[in-house]
Structure formats: C-alpha cells, structure tokens
Design a protein around this ligand. Sequence first.
Ligand code: NAP
Length: 503
Amino acid sequence: MKALICKSLGLPDTLSCEDVPDPVPGPGQVVVDMKAAGVNFPDALVIQGKYQFKPPLPFAPGAELAGIVSAVGEGVRNAKVGDRVIGSCQYGAFAEKVVVRASHLIPLPKGISFEVGASFTLAYGTSYHALKGRAGLKAGETLLVLGAAGGVGLAAVQIGKALGARVIAAASTPGKLAVCRENGADELIDYATEDLRERIKALTGGKGPDVIYDPVGGRYAEPAFRSIAWGGRYLVVGFADGQIPSLPLNLPLLKGASVVGVFWGEFVSRQLPDFVRDLTEMFALIAQGKLRPYISARYPLAQGAQAIADLLARRVTGKVVITNGDAAEVGQAAAAVPPPPPAATGAAPATPDGPIALADLHRLAGQSIGVSGWFTLDQARIDAFADCTQDHQWIHVDAERAARESPFGGTVAHGFLTLSMIPATCYELLLGRVQAAQAVNYGLDRVRFVAPVLAGKRVRNRVKVLSVEDRGMGRYLLTTENTVEIEGEEKPAVVAVALAMLM
Ligand SMILES: NC(=O)c1ccc[n+]([C@@H]2O[C@H](COP(=O)([O-])OP(=O)(O)OC[C@H]3O[C@@H](n4cnc5c(N)ncnc54)[C@H](OP(=O)(O)O)[C@@H]3O)[C@@H](O)[C@H]2O)c1
C-alpha cells in the first residue's frame, strides 16, 4: 500500500508518498481502507517533533479518517469487514490502509460522506466540548472566535450559532472573513488590519464578549482578554501562532473572569461517555441542518504533504482532507449533509434503519428491533453452566438417566442458562446499530420460564423495546421485552423484561 511517510522530523517537504507493507490487525484492532483523512494542525506539529507525543520514525501522520473495514483482528465484536466507519488514531491515517483500535471506531452515520466523517470528530468535537462543556455558552451570549476561519475556529462559529449565541468572527483576510460570514458569523473583525480591542468594544457596546474561543494565542490573546465581559470565560484552545502568551493575573481578577483550558484528546480518554454524548448531539445537529461541516479542499494521498504545507502557511479555510479513491465515493459529489427532517406530524416515526444516536434512542420505544440468530443449547454448554453454578441436577447433566426418567426424553437446559443468553443476543441486535460506547446489564424486571429447552435444541431471541428513559449525563435506560423462542415449538422458553444502561 501507499502511505505518506515521515522518515526524519521536519517540515511537510520532508514527507514522501511510498510503498510500505500492508498492515495486519492485531487483537482488538481493525484495518480500515481509508477513503478520506482529516488534516489537523497537530499533524503539522507531529512531523516536526513539536507535539505532545512523538511516534517512532518512520511513521505516517494523520489522526482521523473514514473508510471501510477490510480486516478484523481477534476479539473485535463491534466491527466487521465492509462496515463504513469513522476512526481515530494518534498517527497513521495518511495511508491507504490504517490500523485502528476497534474501541476507536464509530459507524459512519447514513447521509454523512467519508470526507465529512473524516474531518468532523476532532474539530467539531473540540469546539463542542469547549463551548458547551467547558464554557457553558448560553443562548443570547456573545462569543468571540479568534482564528475563526480555521478548522476548529469555523466549527466554533457554527456551534456558537447552533447554541444560540451572537458570534463575532476574527480572522486575518477578507476572504477568510467571507467564509466566516457564509458559515453564520454575525460580526467580523479583520485582526490583520483592524485594532482588535477597539473593534470588540464597538461591536459589544463596551460590554465585551461573554466567551472567547482562542486557538491562535500569540499577540491576540492579551488584547482579547482585556476586552472580555464581566464573568467571561476565556477558552485556551491552541497556539497556532506558535507563541504561548502569558497573561497578567490581575486581569481575570478585575473581570471576575475565568481562563478555561481545553484538552479534547484527554477529555475523550477520561470522559468517553461524555464524548459519545457530544458526538450524538452533534450528529443530530447535522441532521437538522444546524451544523454544516465545511470542506474547502481535497488532496489525493500523493499530494498530502501539500495539504499540511497549506495549513501551516495559513492558506486553508475550514477543513481540508486527504482522499483515497474516486471523488464521488469519497463524497465530493454526494450530498454530504442530509436535509433537515420533516416537521413532526404527530405520527409515530418509522424505526431508523441506519445507526441510531443515543439521543434518538427514544424512537425505538414500542418497536421490535428484530430477532437474533439461532444458537444451540447443547450438552457441553449445559455442563459448563452446571459447573459454573454448582447446579448439577441430573435432569440437566445425566443424559442416561434423563433418557430413562425425564418426561422430556433427555436432559434440559437450566432456565437461568437460557435467560443468560439474552445479553449476547441483544448485543447482536444493537451493536453497530446504536452509537453507544458501553452497555451495562442493569437488571431484570420480570422473568417467566415458560417451556423447557431440550439439550441440543436451537433457540433465538425476539426483542421489543418497551421504553427508553434519559437518565442524564449521556446515559439511557433501555427496557426490552425478550422472548426466547425454541425452534419448531410454539411456546417460548423464556419471556423476560430486561434493563440495560447505554452510554
Ligand atoms: N485544545 C485542544 O484540544 C485542541 C484540539 C484541536 C486543535 N487544537 C489546536 O487549535 C489550533 C488550531 O487548529 P486547527 O486544526 O483549527 O488549525 P487551522 O485550521 O490551521 O487554523 C488555525 C488558524 O490560526 C490562525 N493562525 C494565526 N497564526 C498562525 C500561524 N502562524 N500558522 C497557522 N495558523 C495561524 C489562522 O487564521 P488567520 O490566518 O485568520 O489568523 C488559521 O486559520 C492548533 O494550535 C491546534 O493544535 C487544540
């Protein structure tokens, strides 16, 4: 396969597109055939050895991608060959084939192209976490975004608008500011030609912005902070300027303001359920047309170095992607953003057949989610269960005696063994369909053992969602009715109402 290889640390012109061996997935990993990979500022830092982590040389940069799973390693349960996925990795995405940890994959939602999927998670994830999670931006507040035409900056402009704020976009050229305007900015500041403090004062009637989003740092930080409103929140996002500014500590005191750090990568690893909640909320905003990821340029893999060079030279707006494959498939020609859903009519919505965001789980209430595959309750499984539970009743484990004395003509499975198959069959029906990071078996509400299962018989589970309760903090309590059917028999083995917490 081809990959964009960094053999010695340096600027993008040290990268070369070369043939390297195809990767093989290890346990818990998959290989994704990359269709598009998002280019981010950290990629430019990693190849220079200036980022928090330093991959061993040689390596391919690139931290996020979308594509199709082409190989699956041992123990992977949430992905199979052919799945369309979004993946994240510390490096390696600028290659035709990319090894990704299965836990770092999410299904590519229907209606979202590879290129949007590849360039969305990091930039929008950072800005959503910053504005909603860290600053608590509220509708009606004023948000100032520095570097507003860049990757995370433009995402912040769109998210600020979606959250109901008045957005002031600051950038360095009229062309960049025009992009900010197209993407929803209410007011514009050209900080290359205008006095930042004076313009902020004029645009806010002297009050100042409630929230400042700063991915640039350098010489803009202090004048911006001096302009912040009383009780304002200053989001420290990055230092694209190259200079880490320092701030006199009397300024936060005088303004009753907070300096708020934003570290999205660490947030994802420490607070995964919160990240999953953010992601599902953002996908919902895309579906409603409130977020429209903006991709300004595509570079084939062989020209990937140019993409990073353009980013460093401040020549790009919004997101740029490295592509692999024909344009229509990657998404240039496809309508990447689905139209907003039709207004509610009062009729029950149809069950969605694509991936379901946790926030949309309630749409499944009252609906069947299908029937699992068959599985056989053979004697080996029954014996293993008896060993585990110390329940060696002859009706379960003594085949000779059961053949002579049992009314069923042989041994039968323990009722609790049949019951215990419910989680596995639910995973089969829900995994890859519901965008949950984790599902915890929360309990059972009612269980009825209806008919015995003769050893060797096949059973399957028919599942209906009874209710979905939002338990807050991105957690949803899912109540399902499970009917475990026995092949060729009318009566089911078990009917149980089970509870699962999805997050
Ligand atoms: N904290 C986190 O968790 C997190 C997550 C993602 C990214 N980041 C950081 O956020 C920053 C922006 O990332 P990005 O992917 O949005 O980058 P980007 O697309 O290149 O945007 C950066 C913007 O910064 C401005 N800028 C000012 N001086 C610059 C310089 N010397 N070189 C390049 N740009 C300069 C540019 O706008 P003008 O030309 O209009 O000034 C540019 O549009 C980076 O520092 C990145 O490391 C932080």
